[in-house]
Design a protein around this ligand. Sequence first.
Ligand code: BG6
Length: 505
Amino acid sequence: MARDDKFASIIGSEQAEPANIVIFGASGDLSKRKLLPALAHMHRWNLLGPHSRIIGSVREDWSKSHWVNYVHDQLLQYFPDAILNPRSWMRIADKLDVVNGDLADPEMYQRLAKVLHSENGKKNALFYLAIPPSWYEVVTKNLKDAGLADESEGFRRIVVEKPFGMDLSSAEHLNASLQQYFDESQIYRIDHYLGKESVQNLMVFRFANSVLEPLWNRNYIDHVQISVSESLGIGYRAGYYDTSGALKDMIQSHLLQVLTLVAMEAPLTLDADDVRDEKLKVLRAMRPINAEDVDQIAVRAQYSAGKADGVEIPAYRDEDGVADDSSTETFAAVKFHVDNWRWQGVPFLLRTGKALPDRVSEICIRFKAPPQTLFDLHEGNVRNNELIFRLQPDEGMLLSMTAKQPGLSTDLRGVQLDASYGMAGSGMPEAYETLFHDVLLGEAGLFSRADEVEESWRIVEPIMQEWAKQKNITTYVAGSMDIEGMDALLDECEGDWRDLSSTNG
Ligand code: BG6
């Protein structure tokens, strides 16, 4: 199969209606690293629609040719394939347009409206807010005032990036202000974890196979571990990260979203709201956390100087822009429970951190040990059955089972049924391509709804509040997974934390 066909077979070959894709913050980091490469890739596979345009909104006084050169230079760095072929680059360049001005200036939106209306045909528009959330209200209000939220001439959708608030009340405020100018059905809140292949595969795997359903509950599953380990430190992001930390940055959003997909019931249909209703039910079933229990169910730590994945990392407090006495956590682990019929008594352990030994993300469903111990199951590398969804690296699935070591004695060994995507030989779209494609098609199933976001804040707020009171924080050496208190979270579970070293199956 040619690479084009493989790609089309994964992402779905449906071409979206032509649209004006407007990127606010077009000269920013997200735009150059993720959005422009994703759009160029979609263009390459013919998924953008023939008359689509990519319109950059920039504060700087850039001419159209300056914007075109800028996009060229960014693609050269982040997706060089897009411009290797001059004809293909010219076709992208033809789609580019720019609008200059201050986000707070209503005039800028009038100019944008003119650009949108300068083409014949449908006036579909996708507004991507690649800007700090403090600007969301200003931009959505200005769009509305300029008549750009009105869908009579074509669809009008806004895409917003996390953080969706920094606590429950700011999230409620943010949602209310977005909904003042756009209908909830026009708002797409990106959680890029939902665009990852293995995360989407989780739903397919659960609901397109009947063999799993009888096992997918408290009778057979001992516990679930969801881990996102990053080997880099916080780099240049201190300004944001030091006010956030691992709990808000990752657990409240990405990891809780993944948890909902593991735990949800089958939706009635794949319509966005049917799926999101089921995810919301999971969040609502999560056991409320009492302030006095926080130390038993949650662990936090901050990295000290060390070396992770071959790179020297300074202590978090010595990173540029971090306060000398910062008690922000760069690692967090939490034990949650979903108190419903299916999951009563099954711990869901979520952990994530920066400056850890490897960059590995996975979901591990650990099954209970067999009821009768005919064999010594803990001998050698034999352990409980595990179903692993690997998010990165080497996306795919692994089922670990126990088998007989060939030979005359009854020695056991762990065997793995490995369905990694690399082995399937398929090319894969980046999360942002999948999500762009879905917004253009109007499919909102992979985007968080306002009520899900608020419920997630409600779940983690008691932990946030307790941690805010604690000025001291335990440390771990960058590049190690030696985190004080982490093992105690496994008190109700069979086995250990998964070893996340990338070679580990
Ligand atoms: C972002 C967080 O949402 O996700 C970052 O703000 C984190 O801190 C990133 O590094 C991880 O994404 P991925 O896709 O690299 O696992």
